[in-house]
Ligand binder design. Structure first.
Ligand SMILES: Cc1cc2nc3c(=O)[nH]c(=O)nc-3n(C[C@H](O)[C@H](O)[C@H](O)COP(=O)(O)OP(=O)(O)OC[C@H]3O[C@@H](n4cnc5c(N)ncnc54)[C@H](O)[C@@H]3O)c2cc1C
Length: 335
């Protein structure tokens, strides 16, 4: 059995100080971290409990954005009236993630920071460049169906980023506020998660000891409708095979602005800027044009032995999500 010590912090600087100088991990809901400690995949010498930090509020900002504290639980966020009304896509993505019990425990920052579900990463013994750099990627020639990507992969890692919440945030646009030993800074959500490239063990933009304090959502698009379509092997308690967060604003029957992000297929929450550009001015019921945009979104996809089916599946999720979001546009929902 491995020993670790436990510190409960009451403010951000106390947490950061307790984290510094050793192999430590911030402990939030524990739904990823404790699993990985038990599996011996993560081996912290110290857990710094951040649950008592004053970071559990959801607050409006003066410029019309929504600021979410790091320890806001996934359930609280999904059912917040402002999120349900102005960021429907986020509420739906959260409620399709994990299980009720897990959502009651899981936090906003923990969800952003959750680790991959690759079985070779989690078994603790297979070659895995993410867990042990330089050992190889067992998934590339192995079983690579459910939680393996077709976008943003490299010869060193093909694990999907598993979060549903982050896909919605990628579509909405957001900023991650962090605090470290040298002060505070902000990171654009789109820059937060890293592609595996040659360094799959570097998963995010946090510097050593930095703590996520808040995630602030961009202001909602006036008049837009939004939704999250998640396709999976069974309808609850399952990670996405392919998912799409869509936000659509209309001008009459035509799309004025669309925002799309994909889950289940990318090594990070995957924003589809080129496909979004193709949708501007398209009639919202023009299935052929929506399908063309979906093809565009997936044109750089690289299939592996067991997950090629994800490419047409993701295209279907995209078309469905755009149609559903467009149907909601102008019906009182903001995003
Ligand atoms: C069976 C199961 C099914 C699941 N299904 C889904 C699913 O369908 N969709 C989905 O999206 N997710 C799913 N999840 C993942 C779940 O959403 C995450 O485990 C959860 O969001 C992690 O949040 P947490 O607060 O428990 O994080 P923790 O486990 O406490 O921490 C996770 C990581 O974040 C770090 N961390 C925590 N807080 C901070 C902070 N403030 N600053 C910096 N680092 C921090 C920790 O050190 C750790 O590395 C599932 C999990 C399980 C166990």
């Amino acid at each position: 059995m491995r020993q670790f010590d436990y510190k409960r912090a009451t403010d951000a600087q106390g947490a950061i100080a307790a984290h510094a100088g050793q192999r430590a991990a911030y402990l939030a809901g524990g739904t990823t971290l404790i699993d990985l400690v038990k599996l011996d995949v993560m081996q912290p010498e110290r857990l710094v409990d951040v649950n008592r930090l004053a970071l559990s509020e959801i607050e409006d900002t003066e410029d019309g954005r929504l600021c979410i504290g790091a320890t806001v639980r996934n359930t609280a966020l999904a059912y917040d009236p402002r999120v349900k009304r102005d960021y429907t896509v986020l509420s739906e993505a959260l409620l399709q993630g994990a299980s009720r019990q897990l959502r009651n425990r899981a936090t906003t920052a923990g969800n952003v920071m959750q680790r991959v579900r690759c079985s070779y990463f989690r078994d603790g013994i297979s070659p895995c460049n993410k867990r042990e750099p330089g050992t190889g990627c067992s998934a590339i020639e192995g079983h690579n169906r459910e939680v393996f990507a077709v976008l943003g992969t490299s010869e060193h890692c093909i694990a999907v980023h598993p979060s549903d919440m982050c896909v919605a945030m990628a579509a909405i646009g957001a900023t991650v506020a962090v605090e470290g030993p040298d002060g505070t800074r902000e990171i654009a959500f789109s820059d937060f998660h890293k592609l595996p490239g040659d360094t799959p063990h570097i998963e995010h933009a946090l510097a050593p000891d930095e703590l996520i304090t808040h995630v602030t959502l961009d202001a909602p698009i006036h008049g837009a409708g939004s939704t999250y379509v998640k396709l999976r092997d069974r309808s609850s308690y399952q990670f996405a095979l392919a998912s799409c967060a869509a936000i659509v604003a209309l001008d009459g029957d035509r799309i004025r602005e669309a925002r799309l992000a994909l889950g289940g297929v990318g090594t990070k929450p995957w924003r589809c800027h080129e496909a979004e550009a193709e949708l501007a001015g398209v009639a919202a019921d023009d299935t052929a044009a929506l399908a063309a945009a979906a093809r565009r979104a997936m044109e750089d996809a690289t299939p592996y032995k067991h997950n090629a089916f994800k490419i047409p599946l993701a295209r279907k999720a995209i078309v469905q999500a755009i149609k559903d979001a467009a149907a909601r546009a102008g019906q009182g929902a903001l995003a």
